[in-house]
Design a protein around this ligand. Sequence first.
Ligand code: ADP
Ligand code: ASP
Ligand code: MG
Length: 813
Amino acid sequence: MKVLKFGGSSVAKPENIIKIKNIISKYNDPIILVVSALGGVTDLLLEAGSLASAQDQSYKKILSTLEERHLSTIKELIPVIGQSKVLSKVKSEFNILETLLEGAFFIGEITPKLSDKIVSYGELLSSYIISEYLISEKLDAEFKDSRELIITQKLNGKNVVNFTKTNANCSAYFKASKKKVIVCPGFIATSEEGVSTTLGRGGSDYTAAIYAAAIDANILEIWTDVSGMYTANPKMVKQAKAIPHISYEEAMELSHFGAKVLYPPTIQPVLSKGISIVIKNTFSPDEEGTLITKSKNEKGKTVRGISHIGNIALLSLEGPGMVGIPGISKRFFEVLSQADISVVLITQASSEHSICVGISANDVDKAVSIVNEAFEYEIERGRIKQVIPEKDLAIVALVGDNMKSHQGLSGKMFSTLGKNNVNIRVIAQGASERNISCVINENDVKKALNALHEEFFEENIKQLNLFVMGVGNVGAKFLEQIKEQRKFLKENLKLNIRVIGMSNSRTMLFDEKGIDLNDWSTKLAVGQKADKVKFLELVNSLNFRNSIFVDNTASEEVSNTYSEYLGNSISVVTCNKIACSSAFENYSHLKSLARTYNAPFLFETNVGAGLPIIDTLKHLIASGDKILKIQAVLSGSLNFVFNNFNDQTTFHDVVKQAQEEGYTEPDPKIDLSGVDVMRKILILARESGNQLEISDITNNPFLPEESLNTANNDEFFASLVQNEAHFQSLYTSAKKSDSKLKYVAQFDDGKASVGLQEIPKGHDFYNLEGSDNIVLFYTERYPNQPMIIKGAGAGAAVTASGIFADIIRIGNF
Ligand code: ADP
Ligand code: ASP
Ligand code: MG
């Protein structure tokens, strides 16, 4: 004989019930079919009960919706000729239910006994209707009320199963029955006094396990809405996978820690008989599901699953009067147990100075008052402090039989959480080492589960979640490059890059599942109004692991938000130079936030676009080298201008062309005045370990005073026309000495300067083409022959690829 249990969602709609019939029709063995109430009915019955007891008439509305739902299920499933008997039976049950609720309404109270009675109708009705439907489909089926089989008794105020009586009832009944399918309601039972009781929320699984054990079934099948017990709750972790095979102990641990797919008490009865459990999906019956048996888990698998329990509160009992005094913990736990408060997690500091327990947040107010009352004497004398509860917490647990024989798992767990800025309040590890759990903030749960899942199950595929501000020239190229490379990165670098949010100056767009990069611009155009503060709030509230804020703007306002991102463990990648060339204090504050919150702050593209200048510098320093001198041509824009300017052109036209081709900042004066190069050499000097301000840099301008003092682009360009003779004279002078004009930045002996120089033939800078950049690093290890980095140093595509490289650096971090 087999026992099959179908849960609430499997019986929620008539079409689902037809699926059940199709599934069981394929079985040859006789079946005990345990069913839950139609999905959601238990909750509604409880709600109706509580409304009625609060003398709120709206319970009647719930009742009539429920009646309507059951009647229409009958009408859809059972042919008209067989309907009337079933309809009238169900109607009469609803009349009784109405009377019960009326009772609660008039008295203004609901007792546990009455609540159990009311809620039992969910399973009673579903199982009756399903049995009648199967009979109408010519299956050899019958209905049996579980209340005639499962008997409960009171133990410490709780209903527990009396197995002696229950097993005797079950084996007598099921052995005698000759029917192919016996349909029984899950969840409900009877007390020894003959009153309806229940087995706890989710208890239909338990009903099925009790039957399976009582009749020595060859298998217990739990049919639900997912394809087995997963590595994590599939509703929270999209990448979770069904676990093919798991031990009873592991399954029990996972279910205890929140894997609702199996009600925790279910395992005990079948475990002692060695009956296997299979978890299957009613909506995908061909999938293998999860097999739960005695056998040990396969070799090599350490962590089998991750689960969590929400709505947890911590209660800490502490004080100097606890040290060395026996019996304090006993009293603490006794008080909680007497109040029927179950303790989910315990930790005690080795100094015995404090004991901390995790309990359901629903119990916390009661717990605080009873504990404070119980320790009133000690509290008054200052030996123990008043207990202080902490709410809005959750427990996350890693589970696996083989965890005990592996080192480093807890380290990996905590560092993964730490890297994602998940604060761990309390840690507990079971002595069996089958479970490592920690208490975290409730609103970090999704991030924690996904980060842990990625670390322990996803063959190191790391998801990077990008929030991109600025999708103009550089930003658009960057998005295009991500689109092209996504597949390669996933396959080769195990990085899954998703763009979750983006914004330009007008609108912004968010998609939790990742924005489709094929048509982002049309969607962004109709997105919500751009707002930098709201953007930040949204990034924070999504609370994704491995979040990266990408700044492709040149805006100071945007650069002022970096600290908010870094302070929330969100990495920042930027081609915007403003932050790194602002006051040294701000620059070093951002770097220290990045270290404190484990969130890289990368700005490779601040100097030389995509050229690996800053990264190389960092590596030189990290390996113990010392920078002696830096000489560089760092302005792709100025290089472009002076490479194209001669006596056949005008300075104005060349600058205009550079602006139009995207080689200059939107405001070209920033380039031509030398400010842009000052910023760059400042950043290189700082990255070499020097505390410099922009005002410490000597700027030898080549622009005439008049051009420097212009107020806008138009005035600036007009002044270039006015001063053409000045620019021509610069050109002629260089030409005379067979030199070329280059805008050079220098850092030497702690001092930095920028200015136009005539570079003679043979110099490393002489042949610099187009918008190329070049940097010479003279270091202790490269004192005479400098390390040279040279190549395209401006342009949207190379800048975008430099940003991309920073993202990949974070991926490998
Ligand atoms: P039923 O109504 O069939 O008894 P439940 O809702 O009680 O179904 O249990 C199934 C649900 O358990 C799934 O839909 C899923 O959301 C949740 N769940 C939580 N953790 C896990 C897990 N580790 N594996 C599978 N499901 C899980
Ligand atoms: N219907 C009950 C509940 O919702 C029992 C079950 O479905 O297992 O808790
Ligand atoms: Mg369930």
